[in-house]
Structure formats: C-alpha cells, structure tokens
Design a protein around this ligand. Structure first.
Ligand code: SF4
Ligand code: SF4
Length: 356
C-alpha cells in the first residue's frame, strides 16, 4: 500500500529535515530510484517574494532535499515558470538562488516549449505544452507549498505541477476552464499525470491561509509531508486541515479513482486551529446553462482593488487571460462582463492590492 509520511517541524532546520526525508525515502522505497540520477526539483515559485511571506517553497526545504540528492550522487536542476517575471529573478528574490549557488544546482528557466500528449486524459484535452520536458530527467521531485488559493481552495501537490505549463499557455488554460472549477480540476489532474512526479514533498511549516496564494497570511502549520502520490498527499493535507468536503481537485481525483487507499505514517498532528480558507462559491449547480451563467455572474466573487496598495505596475492587466482589466488614470478597472473569475490577477499582483 502506498504511504503518506508526515512530521511536525518547529522550524526549517536542515539537518532535521534531511534526517526525516532520508528515512521517509527509504520507507517508501525510493532510495534506489533516486540514486545517481538526473533530478529536476519543481518548487512553488509563483513570484519573487522573501521566505517569511510563505509565497514560495522555503529555500531551506529546497536545501535539505537538494543536499540529500547530492549525497546520493544525483545531478540536481531546479526550475519553475513564475507568473510574470523570469525564473532567475524570482529565484533570487525568494532566496532559492542562494541555495542553488551554494550547492551548484543547474537553473532551468522552463522556456523550452514541448508539446506532450496524455493518452488517458480525464479532461477533454490530450495535448499540453510544457516549458520543460520532464522526460529529460530520471525523476521530478515536486515541492509544493501549503497555501490557500482563490479559485481552487488550496494549492498543494497536484496544483504545483501547473507550473510546468509554458508561461503564456497558463492563461489559455484559464480561459478554456473559465469559472468551471471541475473542468479546471480535471486539467490540473491531467497535467500532474503527464509530469508524473516521482515524489512530492510538501512544505507546510510556514504555510499561507486567507487570501492565498500570494497575498494571504503567513502562518505556522508546522508540517512536512511526503508521498510518491500527489493525489494521496493532497487528500491527506485536506483531512488534517479539517475540511468537511473535498476541494475540486481531490473531488475530481476521487471521482476517477485516483486516490487509492493509503497508509499514513505520522507523528501526532496537532489540531490546526483557525486555518482560514477562502470562501469558494460552488459553481457545479444543476440547472439550465443560461440560468447558471447569470447566477455565476452575481454570486461568484469578483476581484476588487485596494487602491491604496496599488503601484500601477500593470501586472494584473498582463496576466488577465480574458483581457478584462485596463489601467484607467493609473489604476486597474475590471470589466466584469468579460471576467471569468480565474483570480490570476489576485494571485499575481505583487502588492496584494487585489482581493476577492
Ligand atoms: S493591482 Fe497590483 S498588479 Fe494591478 S496595477 Fe496595481 S499593483 Fe500592479
Ligand atoms: S479580471 Fe482577474 S479574475 Fe477576472 S478574468 Fe481577469 S485575471 Fe481572471
């Protein structure tokens, strides 16, 4: 039976994390598979923000994982496709570049588009353009951050693989899915199955709740979890956060029997109190499409501007897949008739000036 292994950590002490990860890899039978291999680390690197903001995977988690792999004679690369800036810039500001320099990791900018086909897709789509080909590596190590997410509730292991999508293609997938969370969940699941990470290691020591995934509250949850299966890991994390029903990705994974029974190996997980989830409006209503469209416009939360925080950088205009934002007299104006409620603007605003 597959496993999810979890331990509580008070801080990001590298020696403690390495010890835990080494024992866990052994327990899930990956030690041999991760020996002498070419490895790609895929952290959550949504934008260049300092580690205390909990926007990206913490650099010391990257250090612990990379050191362990280097000890195992692996060659280690690291990369992601951030929302609006270069990988290099985001790595520098996140503190991960320092780790890469210290350990001699190869930086991968995720800018070599490659079209890949998934034969047993669950979404209506079979072809996806990735910014880096996972097949070039002996293993992909998926390093998500535990954070809330305006559209999908949480971003965990499965959602983290969306970063493989080549930069401008991300907007195209948002546009295709629109407000349909179930459809977007099926797309995320297909991308995760295409990337097929060998192992997922989630950084939930300093996590983010409220208005995640980039401008929420950084808060200690204290957990690091590891599994060979991102669907199981996500299911487990939702359970320890006390969610009463599965979020869209996990719900869709359960519908398609992608969450098998699994064994949990964890020391006592204390109750995680006051983890504030973003309110999701359930859009899977059963009613005629035209009524649904009208109700969605009314009830699904709109992105709004906190004018005093806005620096008029126009990132929100650039990332909006529906071209529903324009700067008028220096400030963004939302055209809600075109807005598909994907919340990319809220996710990518570097100043936290957009809220739901
Ligand atoms: S809302 Fe944010 S992203 Fe948009 S212009 Fe203002 S600061 Fe930039
Ligand atoms: S305005 Fe924001 S939420 Fe609406 S489509 Fe554009 S990026 Fe998405």
């Amino acid at each position: 039976m597959k496993k999810v292994i979890s331990r509580m950590f008070g801080d990001y002490r590298v020696t403690d994390m390495k010890e835990f990860l080494e024992a866990s890899l052994k327990s899930i039978g990956l030690t041999h598979q991760l020996h002498h291999k070419k490895i790609l680390l895929k952290p959550n690197l949504v934008m260049g923000k300092a580690p205390h903001r909990a926007v990206n995977t913490h650099p010391e988690v990257v250090r612990a994982v990379a050191e362990l792999l280097l000890d195992n004679q692996c060659s280690v690369s690291i990369g992601d496709s951030p929302g609006y800036e270069s990988t290099e810039r985001a790595l520098k500001a996140s503190g991960i570049m320092q780790v890469a320099e210290d350990l001699g990791l190869t930086i991968v900018p995720f800018n070599k588009p490659v079209k890949k086909r998934l034969a047993d897709n669950i979404s209506p789509y079979q072809f996806f353009t990735l910014g880096e080909d996972p097949a070039l590596y002996g293993a992909v190590v998926n390093l998500p951050k535990l954070k809330t997410h305006g559209m999908m509730g949480l971003t965990l292991g499965v959602k983290n693989t969306f970063g493989f999508i080549h930069s401008l293609e991300k907007a195209r997938w948002h546009l295709k899915a629109g407000q349909d969370r179930a459809l977007f969940a099926s797309i995320l699941i297909d991308i995760c199955r295409l990337v097929n990470p060998t192992v997922t290691i989630l950084d939930g020591v300093l996590a983010m709740d409220r208005d995640g995934p980039s401008s929420g509250r950084a808060r200690r949850v204290g957990v690091i979890s590891i599994s060979t299966d991102a669907f199981m890991l996500d299911h487990y994390i939702e359970s320890i956060l006390g969610l009463t029903s599965p979020l869209p990705v996990t719900r869709k994974a359960l519908e398609h029997n992608l969450v098998e029974e699994y064994e949990v190996q964890a020391d006592a997980i204390p109750e995680i109190e006051n983890f504030e989830m973003p309110g999701l409006t359930d859009t899977d209503w059963t009613m005629p499409a035209f009524v649904k469209r009208i109700l969605k416009k009314i009830f699904v939360k709109k992105p709004r501007l906190r004018k005093k925080l806005c620096k008029s950088c126009s990132v929100c205009c650039k990332v909006c897949p529906a071209e529903a934002i324009e700067l008028v007299e220096k400030y963004p104006v939302f055209h809600y008739d075109r807005c598909i409620r994907c919340y990319c603007c809220q996710e990518m605003c570097p100043e936290g000036a957009i809220f739901l």
